[in-house]
Design a protein around this ligand. Structure first.
Ligand code: NAD
Length: 400
């Protein structure tokens, strides 16, 4: 069984201790930027009740609680779990049913394990954790507790990506051959990298590859399946950070497709671009932070006269009912599963694939050689964390 297919379900039914006829009691931990997307999505779900929030910064959590009508706030997760016991839905119920982790990445592992052990399901922002070993530990805690660990990689969601993924999986588009995966974003030193946890191995776990490019790598893996081999380099070209600010990689997938990956935080004209050329078509999506049907393009291979292939496009047409990608469809699918005890939906399961790809890119850059799945097998020290193999190519002095 591949890493990607490791089940997150456990011997205890995921719905145990939860009642289907009451709203799920939800807590948000970390009330910074992305926590707003969670609260807005939860507000659309009558079966989810956002009852508590935790953040060590009183001003941040108070403003957040006022904006979303959150009844109780706490300094941290431990205090929240202790305080919410008094409000639990019953003697067998956990303090809260679901904990959303919207905290800096270096906190995700310990907070996920703590929440799972308290009997809550966890919905965790990307990146799930900072290493494959940490992910093993979190999923083991989920198995032991009989609870779910859902990850937020919202580029997998939306009607268009579901349609394209089905066309690729069913072989409608032929065999994937070659692709491009670009995360060309722009992040300034004076604000983005001024946040203390960013740009440092210990707290962010990596640079733009882990923090930004993982979105596009995750979508790429969602479309193409398992990766097989990675050959990569990482550079620090401009920003004053410990990690890389730019990386380039060649990724070979198990299905034979070869993809060129470029990830940077230095691109003034920003884009998120994923392209797959198959034997029958070119599939492209171009956007910045979220896509809808208008972001996607399918181009049929020409016939011998140069005209578009006649028998292709009818079945390929993107669906007219168009829901964009985002936290709303992702959390809706997750909460449907949590309420019914069904396995997590594909849009929120399988956290391994993109974290493995990121790990493989850092490892290849550090080791100076291609890295395969076998290099990341259980027991490998490469599972313990990312390696600092960054080539610092900044000029000694800035040009006049
Ligand atoms: N899915 C997306 O599109 C997306 C977008 C942005 C960020 N993210 C991810 O969300 C996470 C948070 O990012 P952000 O941009 O919201 O960061 P942020 O710095 O704006 O917010 C983090 C919050 O966590 C709080 N915090 C710190 N330590 C805490 C603790 N021990 N307990 C509780 N709260 C604590 C901070 O005070 C802050 O309010 C990161 O993993 C990031 O990668 C995802």
């Amino acid at each position: 069984m591949s890493q990607d297919s490791q089940p997150t379900s456990t011997s205890t039914p995921p719905g145990a201790g939860l009642a289907a006829d009451r709203p799920l009691r939800v807590a948000i931990v970390g009330t910074g930027a992305i926590a707003h997307a969670h609260a807005k999505a939860l507000a659309l779900d009558p079966g989810a009740d956002l009852v508590a929030a935790a953040d060590p910064v009183p001003a941040a959590r108070d403003a957040y609680a006022a904006e979303y009508g959150v009844a109780r706030t706490y300094d941290d997760l431990t205090a929240l779990l202790a305080g919410e016991r008094a409000h639990a839905a019953g003697p067998d119920a956990p303090p809260v049913d679901v904990v959303h982790l919207c905290t800096p990445p270096g906190l995700h592992r310990d907070q996920a394990v703590e929440a799972l052990r308290a009997g809550a399901h966890v919905v965790c922002e990307k990146p799930p954790v900072l290493s494959l070993a940490d992910l093993d530990a979190v999923l083991e805690a989920a198995r032991a507790a009989g609870r779910e660990y859902a990850v937020v990689f919202q580029q997998r969601t939306g009607t268009a990506v579901a349609h394209v993924q089905r066309l690729l999986a069913d072989g409608e588009l032929g065999r994937p051959l070659v692709g491009i995966c670009h995360t060309l974003w722009y992040r300034r030193q004076e604000d983005y990298y001024a946040v203390p946890w960013r740009g440092r191995w210990a707290t962010e776990g990596g640079g733009p590859l882990l923090g930004l490019g993982i979105h596009q790598l995750d979508l790429l893996g969602f479309l193409l399946g398992d990766w097989a081999e990675v050959d990569a380099r990482a550079f620090r070209l401009d920003r004053d950070v410990e990690t890389e600010d730019t990386s380039v990689a060649t990724v070979r997938f198990a299905n034979g497709a070869v993809v060129s990956v470029v990830t940077t935080s230095l691109s003034p004209r920003q884009t998120s671009y994923v392209r797959v050329d198959t034997t029958r078509a070119t599939v492209e999506v171009e956007h910045l932070y979220g896509h809808d049907a208008s972001s996607w393009r399918l181009t049929a291979a020409p016939d011998r006269t140069g005209a578009p292939h006649p028998d292709a496009p009818a079945a390929w047409a993107l669906p007219e009912a168009d829901e964009p990608s985002g936290h709303v469809p992702l959390l809706r699918a997750v909460y449907e599963a949590l309420r019914t005890g069904a396995p997590l939906p594909p849009v929120a399961a399988e956290p391994y694939r993109s974290l493995e790809l990121v790990t493989a890119i850092y490892a290849s850059a550090a080791l100076g050689r291609p890295v395969t799945k076998a290099d990341l097998a259980p027991g490998s020290s490469l599972r313990d964390g990312f390696l600092d193999g960054v080539e610092d190519l900044r000029p000694a002095a800035a040009p006049a």
